[in-house]
Design a protein. Structure first.
Ligand SMILES: [Fe+2]
Length: 276
């Protein structure tokens, strides 16, 4: 299948963004992102593509790696405490760790001819996201982090956390029977205010500003997670929740930290990077 056959172009005219229908789509996505930092596009991929993507993802399941079982909301920013130069108590958000229970398949283990890779590498996607963000969008160039598949069985969850990128693009391939809800607090922090008091409320479960995104298989979700804390609630039932994470960036040549890749994808990364 070609990229043009994967995307539901009747609903999402990515091949004709210059038409009135294309403008309308981009405007509605921008409005949604402006409102609360997220946007969901149901049935983004065709039913046939979804079925094939799910089967291909399941065929790679034995390559998934569990990574850390707990992490702080600032998981990816190892030096924040030092940078801020503040005294933190035991209950401070910087010191809090939440349960993380998921397995991830790294980009280097996803064959280029799998439909997820075809979609991810399609210029239709980068052109579309460039239009939405009104700046040039590139594929993440990290050989492990650029495209991931996340698998969560019963009990699986992801702790409250912030992302590092400008926008995370996910495609749900299979839902769990229950649980597995994506929850977030839009723009809880900004570039110059970490807003630790509100973060503490979220971690304590007493914030009343937490929202939910009800994701469905085939739905593309655009989420600005750098300043919006978010999590996935615990999965219930025997059906594995399967989600693809498509990494795009607004700068060229973006790569992630090797330390993070070793944590997430296992010792094989350390071996591979040290033998260069
Ligand atoms: Fe995230």
């Amino acid at each position: 299948m070609k990229p043009i056959d994967l995307i539901n172009l009747d609903l999402y005219p990515l091949d004709r963004l210059e038409t009135p229908a294309g403008h309308k789509l981009v405007t509605s996505i921008r409005d949604s992102l402006e409102l609360d930092g997220s946007c969901t596009l149901p049935d983004f991929v065709t039913a046939n593509a979804l079925q094939a993507m799910r089967s291909q993802a399941i065929s790679l399941a034995d390559k998934a790696y569990s990574g850390p079982t707990s992490a702080s909301p600032y998981f990816f920013n190892y030096d924040l405490e030092k940078e801020l130069d503040i005294d933190v108590d035991r209950k401070h958000p910087l010191r809090r760790k939440g349960k993380r229970n998921l397995r991830q398949i790294a980009a280097d283990l996803i064959p280029g001819d799998h439909l997820l890779s075809v979609l991810y590498c399609s210029d239709l996607m980068t052109q579309f996201l460039s239009r939405v963000l009104d700046k040039e969008v590139f594929r993440n160039q990290d050989k492990y982090q650029s495209l991931n598949i996340s698998l969560q069985n019963e009990g699986g969850c992801q702790q409250w956390h912030f992302d590092t990128g400008d926008m995370v693009t996910t495609l749900l391939l299979q839902s769990s029977e229950s649980g597995g809800i994506f929850e977030y607090y839009p723009r809880i922090r900004s570039e110059d205010d970490e807003n630790f008091e509100e973060v503490r409320k979220v971690l304590d479960g007493i914030s009343n500003r937490v929202k939910q995104l009800h994701l469905r298989p085939g739905m593309l979700s655009l989420f600005q997670g750098r300043n919006s804390i978010h999590r996935v609630t615990e999965i219930r039932g025997s059906t594995c929740r399967i989600q693809a994470i498509l990494g795009y960036a607004t700068s060229p040549n973006v790569v992630g930290s090797t330390k993070s890749s070793i944590l997430h994808y296992g010792p094989r990364v350390a071996l591979r990077e040290n033998t260069r």
